[in-house]
Design a binder for this molecule. Structure first.
Ligand code: CP
Length: 313
């Protein structure tokens, strides 16, 4: 079987993205199938996770695979000094595909170069979170009916937020206009602004966050300030509550505007927003299951036709 990694969203063409979204749509109709029966999926989490880990494990279970792995690297032989290379080679002996989250940027890419089995990047440092990106694209497509020509407002920690970096990269195919709303300390890194220029992606930068600024949004993508990435905790304290979305700030929002957030949230969305029809972050996380079922199929050579013709439902 051909090996397909899922390490960066930058590898995916527009056609491939739309293909995977169609596959996710099939899984939303029927999540429980036997397409991975007899397979073993490993989930190696060197960093904490709730949604990504559990939705990948659920995706594997719903597709009939069995799951091995760890959610705390302290319980693995990493603590005895085992290298990432050796860990990946060992797990490749047991599993058909490895899903991994690691705190080092590029760790999943490195693993994909040494592993004989496909690697799925479940987040590498502040770099990329491609499975989150696919579920974000699915959520945007599902709510807006298109990915083309949208106004996407990214708010909060744009420096360390790997989900916003992945989203910019994927949206290059769809002529978006981005609005970057961040304090100076957490501004979008120059490398991603340069990426936008190179790919003719329009963007506007703001420091203010209020009802007038967000009135033009189709998607309002909130992010958490990533405490774990700060070397200076005083700086974290200064910026941690800089933007809080409150319900009264939605008074000028477009009717079909959706608020997204990769979660977990800390303070950046007030709880009274949860009951507002613009709030979409809980459904967004549910969409992660369907997107991650599609990712496993992509990695293991199962096609959209296989999914459509599947008789196990
Ligand atoms: N969105 C996301 O990556 O959440 P977790 O850290 O809980 O997996």
């Amino acid at each position: 079987m051909e090996k397909h990694n899922f390490v960066t969203i930058a590898d995916l063409s527009k056609e491939k993205i739309m293909y995977l979204l169609e596959m996710a749509q099939e899984f939303e109709k029927h999540p429980n199938r036997e397409l991975l029966k007899g397979k073993v999926v490993a989930t190696l989490f060197f960093e904490p996770s709730t949604r990504t880990q559990l939705s990948f494990q659920t995706a594997a279970n719903r597709l009939g695979a069995r799951v091995i792995g760890f959610s705390d690297a302290k319980t693995s032989s990493t603590t005895k000094g085992e290298t990432l290379k050796d860990t990946i080679l060992m797990v490749s002996n047991y599993a058909d595909v490895i899903t991994m989250r690691h705190f080092i940027e590029g760790a999943a890419q490195y693993a994909s170069e040494v592993a004989p089995v496909p690697i799925v990047n479940a987040g590498d440092g502040a770099h990329m979170h491609p499975s989150q990106c696919l579920l974000d694209l699915y959520s945007i497509f599902k709510t807006q009916g298109t990915l083309e020509n949208l106004n996407i407002y990214l708010v909060g920690d744009l420096k360390y937020g790997r989900t916003v970096h992945s989203l910019i990269t994927a949206m290059r195919h769809f002529n978006p206009t981005f609005h970057f709303i961040a304090p100076k300390e957490l501004a979008m890194p120059e490398e991603y602004k340069l990426y936008c220029k190179e790919h003719n992606i329009k963007y506007v930068e703001h420091e203010d966050f209020n009802e007038d600024v967000i009135a033009g949004a189709d998607i309002l993508y909130m992010t958490r300030v990533q405490k774990e990435r700060f070397s200076d905790l005083m700086e974290y304290e200064r910026v941690k509550n800089v933007y809080i979305l409150k319900r009264d700030m939605l008074c000028k929002a477009k009717e079909n505007m959706k608020i997204m957030h990769p979660l977990p949230r800390v303070n950046e969305i007030a709880y009274d927003v949860d009951d507002d029809p613009h709030a979409y972050y809980i459904q967004q996380a549910q969409n992660g299951l369907y997107a991650r079922e599609a990712i496993f199929c992509h990695c293991l050579g199962i096609t959209l036709e296989d999914v459509k013709n599947d008789k196990s439902i």
